[in-house]
Design a protein around this ligand. Structure first.
Ligand code: T46
Length: 135
């Protein structure tokens, strides 16, 4: 995978409910180095509004729903709506992202290819555009 796309995790359904699973080295297109999750987002708040140089991520709406806007800085913008816990959204490095309209009680789990490193963030949009333009 080298562009943003959604894909399905396995799902086991029975009378007790649903179970999905994610195996490193099998269901994720990178080695998982970190997992974090976003929850209890107040109504009207948004998260993100930055890009990563190299970090690859898979976003999962573990509960509830939210939107993710992705911008490649070269004119292509996409909006994804995540609401299904057995769907992952793969996002490679180099995309400006904004998460918003979190439904009440929603949780966003993120599988990441690198440990936390503030040096990998681009938090200024003009800098992001300039970097993409000059690449
Ligand atoms: C992303 C969006 C969707 C850590 O110490 N370790 C971590 O692994 C993370 C992710 C964050 N932090 C600290 C850094 C800041 O002091 O937690 C604080 C909040 O982080 P940030 O403002 O970056 O949160 P979001 O929700 O805007 O962004 C996060 C991720 O940073 C980012 O990778 O794509 O979620």
């Amino acid at each position: 995978m080298n562009k943003p796309e959604t894909f399905y995790f396995p799902q086991v359904k029975d009378s007790r409910g649903n179970l999905s699973f994610i195996e490193g080295g099998h269901h994720i297109p990178f080695e998982i180095k970190r997992i974090y999750y976003i929850y209890d987002v107040p109504a009207g708040e948004s998260r993100g509004a930055h890009a990563h140089n190299f970090l690859q991520q898979v976003f999962v709406a573990i509960s509830g729903s939210f939107f993710i806007d992705l911008d490649d800085g070269l004119g292509t913008k996409q909006t994804f709506f995540l609401s299904n816990p057995n769907v992952g959204l793969f996002v490679p490095g180099g995309y400006w992202r904004s998460l918003y309209q979190f439904s009440s009680g929603s949780s966003c789990m993120v599988l990441a290819s690198l440990p936390y490193d503030e040096g990998d963030y681009i938090r200024d949009y003009a800098t992001f555009l300039a970097k993409k333009r000059d690449a």
